[in-house]
Ligand binder design. Structure first.
Ligand code: AMP
Ligand code: MG
Length: 321
């Protein structure tokens, strides 16, 4: 199977999108399950295949800043600055939506999440379809996001009309989601583009928890998410949770200087030193754990410094029971 979809395959995929069908495709973050964002019935199929509650809004993918602007009612100066700096790339902006976007895409919210992905296959697909493409990650709801075409096949298989291959995802965790729809910018989901990097461009960025009472600005922030099937425990200072000792085979994702294990029932995998490399390796390591029939996974929690915010977030959610 070729590593990357051919131009002919991409054109065929674009025809499927235009016909209201579902196409899984690579982005630089994770693989997406895409449909025509302006076709409510096609988008409804995304929710059905993923078993995703309709209260969880989708990200709409655009091939240019122009296309993104056509989806929103307001394009504030901060959006322009961030798009110029980070697009195409792993940053999603939440903005007031245009009425042409069906309610099912945004879970009935008056805002829409938009992003211009950097993977050449996703850009070529959206350009060929000449349509914005709504796409969540191509996995069942709450499960681990796919970072290879094989992961998509294993999770959704025959329920998708076509899976485009684009090799392993370079970023490996989901995009940073930033709302610019309210009075102050709010970080809805941390990602590899870190909060302080955004703040250097647009000033202070609030956290969802700082927003106090009132309606939740972002549905779909389920505490359990991004989870492997194998139970995942967080380890601190290389201490594996007591309950794991002696309970079958374990996979230990070791961070930098944590002590190594001599226990033959425990397989140790050394994780990368930098947050970016760690993000790129994390889901593949967790998918491998699921395939390898381990009884448990223990992961050293990386440092609490700002550049690790997104990795910490994913690990905390993956570990939530
Ligand atoms: P996913 O596509 O599953 O990787 O996740 C999409 C993320 O974007 C979730 O965290 C959503 O809650 C968030 N999101 C999408 N649309 C909106 C919106 N209109 N307002 C706030 N958050 C959104
Ligand atoms: Mg997802």
């Amino acid at each position: 199977m070729p590593e990357t979809a051919s131009p002919a395959e991409i054109d065929y995929a674009a025809e499927l999108i235009r016909a209201g069908r579902l196409v899984a495709f690579p982005t630089e973050t994770v693989y997406g399950l895409g449909a025509n964002a302006l076709d409510a019935e096609a988008v409804a199929r995304i929710y059905a295949v993923k078993r995703r509650p309709v209260t969880s809004p989708l990200i709409v993918h655009a091939a240019s800043i122009e296309m993104a602007k056509s989806l929103v009612a307001e394009w504030p100066e901060g959006a322009e600055r961030l798009a110029q700096r980070f697009w195409p790339g792993p940053l999603t902006l939440v903005l007031k939506k245009q009425s042409a976007i069906p309610d099912i895409v945004t879970a009935g919210l008056a805002t829409v999440a938009v992003r211009m992905p950097a993977h050449p296959v996703s850009l070529a697909l959206i350009r060929a379809a000449r349509l914005p493409v709504a796409a969540p990650s191509a996995n069942r709801f709450t499960e681990l996001s796919p970072t290879t075409a094989d992961h998509v096949r294993e999770s959704l298989g025959s329920e998708v009309d076509l899976i485009l291959n684009g090799g392993p995802c370079q970023v490996g965790i989901e995009s940073t989601v930033l709302s610019l729809a309210g009075r102050e910018p709010v970080l809805l989901r941390p990602g590899i583009i870190a909060r302080m990097v955004l703040e250097a461009i647009i000033g202070p960025v609030a956290t969802l928890a700082d927003c106090g009472s009132g309606p939740h600005p972002s549905p779909g922030l389920h505490p359990r998410h991004y989870s492997p099937r194998t139970p995942l425990y967080l380890a601190t200072n290389g201490e594996l949770p007591d309950e794991n000792q002696g309970r079958g085979r374990g996979l230990y994702l070791r961070h930098s200087n944590a002590p190594s294990r001599a226990n033959p029932a425990i397989t140790t995998r050394q994780m990368p030193q930098s947050a970016a490399d760690y993000g790129a390796a994390l889901y593949e390591a967790l998918h491998q754990a699921d395939r390898g029939n381990y009884n448990w996974i223990a992961v050293d929690l990386p440092p609490g410094t700002p550049e690790w915010e997104a990795i910490q977030d994913r690990l905390q959610r993956a570990a939530t029971k």
